[in-house]
Ligand binder design. Structure first.
Ligand SMILES: N[C@@H](CCC(=O)N[C@@H](CS)C(=O)NCC(=O)O)C(=O)O
Length: 220
């Protein structure tokens, strides 16, 4: 059996954060593309790894006790990989807690809200022409962007001076507002100077750029 980590994913923001981490941490892994548009997430084989039928998921033949482990939920996967490698999560108690706070902020706030915005703005635009959901999630998305912008003032990265799993979690979601939903202007993301400075720096990192395209449906 391969000793490499097996990655089951798709190049969406939730998937990208894990492939970015794998690339940045220099871990060897085998990517498996799960096409959620054709129902790969509902196969018996996949549900054994992730009972919630969502990407991303990893399985690691060399788990904490030397035995295989499957991990679901992108935030938990980032934490698992950071602890496994000792990278991108500070051992300083205060910085570590700040990193985890912002990781959880993404998992419970920015990810779900940006995702709902994208759903109503782009994917359900023809099914629902009532202005309320777009307005609601636009306001919440812009509010969250402002929170991130304020946090980044005087800091290179979310948790301070070092790139961390919190940046890996949040930045692909911010990028998706533009590249995934085509809403950069609609949301006036240009107004958030710190956010733009930060995403520019993150998405100029070669390993992070490589991570963006892992498990893309556009690849052959
Ligand atoms: N909280 C989960 C969310 C994962 C998630 O929503 N994944 C989406 C793609 S971004 C998915 O697999 N959707 C398939 C479906 O809903 O059937 C995580 O962060 O891992």
């Amino acid at each position: 059996m391969s000793e490499k980590i097996q990655l089951y994913s798709l190049a969406t923001p939730n998937g990208q954060k894990v492939s970015i981490a794998l690339e940045e941490m220099g871990l060897e892994y085998t990517p498996h593309t799960i096409n959620i548009l054709t129902g790969d997430q509902f196969t018996e084989e996949f549900i054994k790894l992730n009972p919630n039928s969502k990407i991303p998921t990893i399985s690691d033949p060399a788990g904490p006790d030397g035995k295989p482990i499957a991990v679901m939920e992108s935030g938990a996967i980032l934490l698992y990989l950071a602890e496994k490698t000792g990278q991108f999560l500070s051992t300083d108690a205060r910085t570590r807690m700040e990193t985890l706070q912002w990781l959880f902020f993404q998992m419970g706030g920015a990810g779900p809200m940006f995702g709902q915005f994208g759903h109503f703005y782009k994917f359900a635009a023809e099914k629902c022409d009532h202005p309320y959901p777009v307005e609601r999630y636009k306001n919440e998305t812009r509010r969250l962007l402002k929170v991130i912008d304020t946090r980044l003032k005087g800091r290179e990265f979310i948790a301070g001076e070092s790139y961390s799993i919190a940046d890996m979690a949040i930045a692909p979601w911010v990028r998706c507002l533009d590249t995934g939903y085509g809403a950069y202007e609609f949301l006036n993301v240009a107004e958030f100077n710190e956010v733009n400075r930060w995403t520019k720096s993150i998405f100029s990192r070669p390993k992070t750029i490589t991570g963006l395209d892992v498990c893309s449906l556009n690849q052959s």
